[in-house]
Ligand binder design. Sequence first.
Ligand code: C5P
Length: 287
Amino acid sequence: MPSISILAPAKINLTLEVLGRRPDGFHALRSVMQVIALADRLTVEPADTLTLTCSLPELESAQNLVWRAAELLRRETGTAAGAMMNLQKAIPVAAGLGGGSSDAASALLALDRLWDLRLPRGRLLELGARLGSDVPFFLGETGCALVEGRGELLSPLPDLAPRWVVLVRPPQPLSTAAVFGALPPARWSDGARTGAWIAASEGGRHVPPPFNDLEPVALELAPAARAARDALRAAGGEALALSGTGPTVFALFEEEAPARVAFARLGERYAPGKGAFLSRFGSLTEA
Ligand code: C5P
């Protein structure tokens, strides 16, 4: 079996509503998630033991979701096979872009093939949900989906009209749990605005303005995220939102030229490829 190399793309949340807190401590969500072209690359090769190397050495640990996905797969299927795994990171870490979750989904898919496990998709989805709330989305088959539950319930949505995406990842970490916890129950909602957003998209022909109910609390917790949002607007971004629990903010552009102008302006303050990113809507099949 030769090596297998797959792309692990990032996601953005085009809508995000929090419906409430569940008995298990997670929050029930209603969100439209969209894959973007910005992607990590995972390569796996046959080996006697399990090893993981990464372009960011600090991610070469047993905490890495790629490593945890491999261990989970070995435990659940009883396979003793090993793999030499290499992860090339392009997606910023802990940014609200689902990078770790996408890496985990890619590990499940790549190792399922490398070890010839042929697990049914339903089983992969179940294992993915145990690794993280966003993992099932990356195991889905569409670049755009309505995501519910704590993130594990997927309804495919039609492909959206293409958009350029300019992202700013401010240099201030934000804890997912802290952002969810800071949202007062008065700001929980019934998910109707996500339903209205999907209806307004008319089968994908339009991309209504994105929104994220976690944005006010995230911007409060991370002033650097507010500064990033202001910078994105000053650079020409109009359709803006926070992605996930942040701290990354993004702007959608119909045309390439203004997206490139915004990206270039932001590059004076946010290092390209580290703090500022130029991307576009992507799909999972490109992976
Ligand atoms: O599932 P994941 O590991 O990404 O979640 C990290 C933390 O974020 C959880 O421990 C929980 O505190 C919070 N979370 C939540 N509701 C979700 C997803 C995550 O409260 N739907």
